[in-house]
Design a protein around this ligand. Structure first.
Ligand code: SF4
Length: 302
C-alpha cells in the first residue's frame, strides 16, 4: 500500500495551490464565495451575511474527541472552529460562535501556526469547521503550513451550503469532505436558515464532493484518509425530511455513503421562537430515522 500523501501537497508542488489562492481571493472583492452572493467588497472589510470581512476569525482550536471515530483515532481530530457562518441556522448548537461572533481575528500566518501545532501534538487531520466563508484565508494558510511540513489530511466540515465554483477551487486540495445534509424541504430551510435554495444547493454540492473524493477510505488503523462523510441531524416532527435525504444519498451519491445520523437536536439559539423547533428529538423519532438508514443499507457512523 502506497503511503498516504494529502492532496494539497501535490497541489502545492504543481503550482495549483497558488492558482487556487488567486482564484478564491479574487472572489472576495465582490464576494461570491458562497451561494448567498452578497457581492460586498471583503478586501475593504465590508461584511455580508456571514459577518466576516477580510480576515478569518477563529473561535477555538484543539484535538477533538467527539467527532466521527474515523477522524478521532487515539490522538483526536485537529479541529479549527471558524467564527460566523454563511447559513446561520436558528437552532445552531454553536450559536455564540456562528451568530454572536465569539472568536479572535487570525491572519494567514496564525492559522498556519495552528495547523502545524495540531499536527505536532499528534492530531490525525486538520478539521476545518465552518470553513465556507473563509476559503481563501484557509488556502493561504495552508500554503504556508505545507511549506513548513504539514502533511496530514484536510477535512472540510461544512453545512453543505456551498458554491459550485468554490468547490471547483477546492478540488485536489481537500481530502475529506464532511458536509451536513440538513433539510429536504425548501419551506423548512427558509424557516430555519433563510435559505430556500438549500436543498438544491446541497444536492449539487454533495454530488460534486463525491465526484472529487469518492467514498470514505481508511488506513490500516481505521483512520480516514480520503472520501465523503455526510452528517444528518434528525429533527423533531420529521422536519428534516430524513427519508428523502437518505434515499438521495443511497440512489444518487453512492450505496457506500458513510452517514452520521445524529440525535442531538436541542432547541438552542432562537429555536424556541418557532413552535416546531421548540422541543428536543424523542428517542422514538431517532430510532425511526436510524432504521431508515439501516433499511437502505447505508454505512452508518455512530
Ligand atoms: S461568504 Fe459571506 S459575504 Fe461572501 S457570499 Fe457568502 S455570506 Fe456573503
Amino acid at each position: 500500500m502506497k503511503p498516504f500523501v494529502p492532496k494539497f501537497i501535490k497541489a502545492k508542488q504543481q503550482g495549483l495551490l497558488h492558482e487556487k489562492i488567486q482564484q478564491s481571493t479574487a472572489l472576495l472583492s465582490s464576494c461570491t464565495l458562497c451561494p448567498r452572493q452578497c457581492k460586498v467588497d471583503r478586501t475593504k472589510n465590508e461584511k455580508g451575511f456571514c459577518s466576516t470581512g477580510e480576515k478569518a476569525v477563529v473561535a477555538s482550536f484543539a484535538p477533538h474527541f467527539g467527532e466521527e471515530p474515523q477522524l478521532v483515532g487515539d490522538k483526536g481530530s485537529g479541529t479549527i472552529f471558524f467564527t460566523h457562518c454563511n447559513l446561520k441556522c436558528v437552532f445552531c448548537q454553536n450559536y455564540d460562535i456562528s451568530v454572536n461572533g465569539m472568536g479572535q481575528e487570525a491572519d494567514d500566518g496564525q492559522i498556519a501556526a495552528i495547523m502545524l501545532y495540531l499536527q505536532k501534538i499528534g492530531c490525525h487531520n486538520i478539521n476545518l469547521v465552518t470553513p465556507s466563508h473563509v476559503v481563501p484565508q484557509i488556502l493561504r494558510a495552508l500554503d504556508i503550513a505545507a511549506g513548513q511540513g504539514l502533511n496530514i489530511p484536510l477535512v472540510y466540515n461544512c453545512s453543505g451550503y456551498e458554491s459550485i465554483d468554490t468547490l471547483y477551487i477546492l478540488k485536489d486540495v481537500i481530502d475529506i469532505y464532511m458536509p451536513d445534509f440538513k433539510f429536504w424541504d425548501p419551506v423548512v430551510c427558509e424557516m430555519c436558515c433563510h435559505a430556500q435554495d438549500y436543498p438544491q444547493v446541497v444536492r449539487k454540492a454533495i454530488k460534486l464532493m463525491h465526484d472529487q473524493v469518492g467514498d470514505l477510505k481508511v488506513d490500516k488503523n481505521g483512520i480516514a484518509c480520503s472520501g465523503l462523510i455526510v452528517r444528518h441531524l434528525v429533527m423533531p416532527e420529521n422536519l428534516a425530511g430524513t427519508h428523502h435525504i437518505l434515499k438521495f444519498l443511497k440512489e444518487k451519491i453512492s450505496s457506500h455513503t458513510h452517514v452520521n445520523v445524529m440525535s442531538q437536536y436541542r432547541p438552542m439559539g432562537d429555536a424556541g421562537k418557532i413552535k416546531a423547533l421548540s422541543r428536543s428529538l424523542t428517542t422514538e423519532e431517532f430510532q425511526k430515522a436510524l432504521k431508515m438508514a439501516r433499511d437502505l443499507n447505508l454505512k452508518i457512523i455512530q
